[in-house]
Structure formats: C-alpha cells, structure tokens
Design a protein around this ligand. Structure first.
Ligand code: OSB
Ligand code: MG
Length: 378
C-alpha cells in the first residue's frame, strides 16, 4: 500500500437519487418499488470520489435508514475526517470508531474517500483489495411472489439470462411451496438458495427442516440478527447449511458466529459491516476458517455494484453473489450499465471503483443535493 496522501478534502456533498425498480421487490420485511439512494460525493485536491449508502427508507432490514444516515454523516462523521488531514483511507475506521453503530453511514463515507484516494493513485479498487479474478459469478435474488406462475416465469427469465444461482425470498407460509415449485419445474441442477431475512423463530426448526429434501445451497438468515445461539441450535436441526447476513456486523462477529457453529457460509455486504475495508477483513477471517463467502447486495446503483463486484473478485468469494446486472434492477442505471456476460459481471479495472455517475442520469434521478462541507480558507 502506497503512502501517497489522499489529498486535502475540498468539498463533500450529499446527493439523493431516486431510481424506479423494474419490478417491486418484496421481502419478509417489506416491499420496495424504488431505490432511494444517498450518495456521498467527495472532491479532494487530487481527485473525486463517490460513495453509496445502502440504507433503505425505513429501518426494517437493520436499524439504519437513509435520512438518519444522511444526518449522521453530516453531523458526526464528516467532522471527524475533515478536521485533520487524512494520510490514508485505512485510518478512516479509527477516526469514526467512537461513533457507535451506523455502519451503513460510515461505509458510504469511507467508500467515497477510498474511491478518491485510489483515483489519485490510479489504482483500481479490485487491485487494492488484492483481487485475482476479472469476472465474478452472478446470482439473482427474487422477491416473494403471491402467484406461483409469476414466480416460475421470473425464474425462467433469469435462468435464460444466464444467472448461475437463484435465491428465493421466503417467509412463513411462503417457503416450502415456492421451493418445491421451482425444483419440480426446473429440476435438481439449478443452484438454489433461500433468504428469510430473520422471519422465523427458534420454534420453527421443523418447518425449516421441511426444506431439507430440496438440496438448497443454503438458507440465509432464518432467525433474528442477534440470535447467534438460536442459529447454532438450528444448524443441528436442519441439513441445509446456514448462511448469516444481518447477524454479521464485523470481522470479529463473523469469527465468533463461525466458532459457535451458527453458520457455515457468510454473506458479505460492505454497508452492513461499516465499509469495504471491514468487508475485506470479514472475507479474510472466513477464508482462514475454511468458510465460503459470497457478496450480498442492497439493490445498489452502478456505483455500489462496481465496488461489490471488485470485492467479489477476492479468492474467498466461491459462491455466486447477489451482484446482478443493472437491468435486473433498473431500466436505466446511474452509471454505464453492468451487463451479464455468460452469467458473470466484469470487474471494473479503471481507477477507484472504475465508474462514475452518467451526468444525464444523475441530473434526472437527483431529488436533493447539498454541499455539507467546504474547506475553509486558512
Ligand atoms: O437480505 O440480501 C438481503 C435487498 C435489500 C435488502 C436485503 C437484501 C436484499 C436482497 C437483494 O436480497 C440483493 C440484490 O440483488 O441487491
Ligand atoms: Mg439477506
């Protein structure tokens, strides 16, 4: 890692964009019809950088929400990084460490600073991570459908497009039936997994064991985020491997969950763990313990997608990620669209995250834009 300075931070602005989703996305915690994203735009004396906050409109997936994240970034995070010159983005985490929680807010600011620093150094995020692959295997996450026919049509569409793995969102009473329907229609060879987003309880072992015969790759986050012991017990009641998403909020937490037998696979999302640097550490602890990881998603625009794809190029990401093509989410993305190529996305290799917002798209999707920090003349 070079010691070249990231440059002096000249300006930081918060940009809100609203991009319609091609179809509503329903999970056990709610339904999204638009991606309402908070972007962090940093201008340094050396380069520009973009960060994307993955917080949703309401605190349903986690305790963060997008308006709250914007306020935390402006009032509590930015002052901690602009008061003294920042030698290296590696130091951002320790600057922000006394602020409790708010990983998605922290992750968005860190991403923007990291992008700016790497652009100044003409280094890609993938190279910075130490990524080896140039393409990553892609899966797709399918929202809960009331109608089985509609579900089967969607699965067919995505398999035809080349996706290498299908993930079905489930909840109580929308679990065994859709899994059975997909297996009966598409056969045993489709790589299939489910995501409960914490919709079950410790008493649901028998219900979840009913998924065992379907040969799922994994079940993601069946129980509450804080229920590590519950997941460890459930792992002894079912044969489907347990993968944790919401429960994993740090590299140490990942190591603990693995040690306790709560999961045998980990979903890595940078925003959930406070940024891409911690995400890389989660990857490292999992690799050291022989635990496969895959890259989760939060319906990101092309900005967050670019960074996710770079992360997913690390060697421990041995399962297809929720790193789908732009058109799975949006008719028009904020960046040049990511296009599926033989079930893969190509890792951006330009400086930083390798993409920037297209000016016209940014103008059309922006709902609010405000400079929240400007360097004062000394
Ligand atoms: O639990 O993985 C999840 C989207 C929003 C919030 C939580 C989750 C998801 C997804 C979609 O499953 C992943 C994606 O395609 O971005
Ligand atoms: Mg999940």
């Amino acid at each position: 890692m070079s010691n070249e300075p990231a440059g002096v931070i000249e300006l930081i602005e918060l940009v809100r964009v609203e991009i319609p989703l091609v179809r509503p996305f329903r999970t056990s915690f709610g339904t999204d019809t638009v991606r309402d994203a908070l972007l962090v735009h940093v201008v340094t004396s050396a380069a520009e950088g973009w960060g994307e906050c993955v917080a949703d409109r309401a605190p349903l997936y986690s305790s963060e929400w997008v308006d709250g994240a914007a306020e935390v970034i402006e009032r509590f995070l930015i002052p901690r990084v602009v008061d003294e010159p920042l030698a290296d983005v590696e130091a951002v985490g320790s600057r922000l460490a006394d602020v409790e929680g708010h990983p998605m807010a922290k992750g968005a600011l860190e991403m923007a600073l990291l992008d700016a620093q790497l652009r100044a150094q003409s280094m890609s995020l993938a190279a910075y991570f130490g990524a080896e692959r140039t393409r990553v295997d892609c899966g797709v996450s399918i929202g809960i459908q009331d109608d089985t026919g509609a579900l089967l049509e969607l699965v067919a569409e995505y398999l035809d497009a080349g996706y290498r793995r299908i993930k079905l969102k489930i909840e109580p009473d929308h679990d065994v039936a859709p899994v059975r329907a997909v297996r009966e229609h598409f056969g045993a060879d489709v790589a299939l997994q489910v995501d409960a987003n914490a919709a079950y309880t410790r008493a649901d072992g028998p219900t979840l064991a009913a998924l065992d015969p379907f040969g799922l790759l994994l079940i993601e986050q069946p129980l509450a985020p804080d229920d590590i012991v519950g997941h460890a017990r459930l792992a002894r009641e079912i044969r489907t491997p347990i993968c944790l998403d919401e429960s994993i909020t740090s590299a140490r937490g990942a190591a603990d969950a693995i040690e306790l037998g709560a999961c045998s696979i980990v979903n890595i999302k940078a925003g959930r763990v406070g940024g891409y640097l911690e995400a890389r550490r989660v990857h490292d602890v999992c690799v050291a313990r022989g635990v496969p990881v895959w890259c989760g998603g939060m319906l990101e625009t092309g900005l967050g997608r670019a960074a996710n794809v770079a992360l997913a190029a690390l060697p421990g990401f041995t399962l297809p990620g929720d790193t789908s093509a732009s058109r799975r989410y949006f008719e028009r993305d904020l960046t040049e669209p990511f296009v599926l190529d033989d079930g893969t996305l190509t890792v951006p290799l330009g400086p930083g995250i390798g993409v920037t917002p297209l000016p016209d798209a940014l103008a059309d999707f922006t709902t609010a834009r405000r400079v929240v920090h400007r360097r004062s003349a000394r």
